[in-house]
Design a protein around this ligand. Structure first.
Ligand SMILES: Nc1ncnc2c1ncn2[C@@H]1O[C@H](COP(=O)(O)OP(=O)(O)O)[C@@H](O)[C@H]1O
Ligand SMILES: [Mg+2]
Length: 221
């Protein structure tokens, strides 16, 4: 059974932003690529019911498009949002505990640096460390699907590699991952399949091995 299926999904603000897209996510990692403004974050909002939509969204085969956001979260969809949305004055650990407590040791094993700094206010940490907190917080919900919205934005290449290593380990823990990225290298490292979204439409999809030419095309779009 598919983890997530999106069928003929349209999404609207004032105008139509997603123009009828189809996406399937199984146990493998899936990347959503595409330029700024393509509708990637809107797709995530649609999955969570934060924007007006038409079409079907199935989570483990169950239609969820009419559920409230908190009900979708409770089913096990978790997001590490664009811009992280952490509580800057609160400690690392308090930011994590907001989302639950059962996964604390697991996330500290994944990010030993966060364990070392668990009492430190988030605002005193580097961008890379804050991104680790944001990913860790999303994991605290024990997700059945983890969605990451541009986790590499603004980070130095060495930190992007650390984040990529962590996402690979999350997949190895058996948690399906959907990563939205403009960094094609990171996306291809952590995903088995990819969709390219341009102006609200899927213009290309396939296995990552078959999409290597995407890198050149991608920047022309
Ligand atoms: N809250 C909003 N109200 C109106 N238009 C929006 C809103 N958020 C995004 N948009 C528009 O929707 C389009 C897709 O945006 P977005 O999904 O954020 O793209 P991406 O994440 O791929 O960069 C853009 O044209 C953007 O201007
Ligand atoms: Mg976005």
């Amino acid at each position: 059974m598919k983890v997530l299926e999106v069928r003929n999904l349209k999404a609207y603000y004032d105008s139509e932003v997603l123009r009828g897209i189809n996406i399937e996510i199984g146990k493998e990692g899936v990347a959503i690529l595409g330029p700024n403004g393509a509708g990637k974050t809107t797709l995530i909002k649609a999955i969570f019911g934060l924007v007006k939509t038409e079409g079907e969204i199935l989570f483990f085969g169950k239609p969820i498009q009419n559920l409230k956001t908190h009900e979708r979260v409770r089913l096990g969809i978790s997001v590490c949002p664009e811009g992280r949305r952490l509580f800057p004055s609160m400690s690392v650990e308090d930011n994590l505990l907001i989302a639950g407590d059962e996964m604390l040791e697991t996330v500290y094993e994944l990010f030993p640096r966060l364990k070392e700094r668990r009492k430190q206010p988030v605002k005193t940490m580097s961008g890379g460390e804050q991104q680790m907190v944001a990913i860790a917080r999303a994991l605290m919900q024990k997700p059945k699907l983890l969605i990451l919205d541009e986790p590499s934005t603004g980070l130095a290449p060495a930190i992007v590699k650390v984040i990529g290593d962590a996402i690979v380990k999350i997949k190895e823990m058996g948690i399906p991952v959907m990563i939205v990225e403009q960094n094609v290298h990171l996306a291809f490292r952590v995903a088995d399949r990819a969709y390219v979204l341009v102006k609200g439409r899927v213009v290309k999809e396939g296995r990552v091995e078959d999409l290597h030419s995407i890198e050149e095309h991608y920047f022309e779009m």
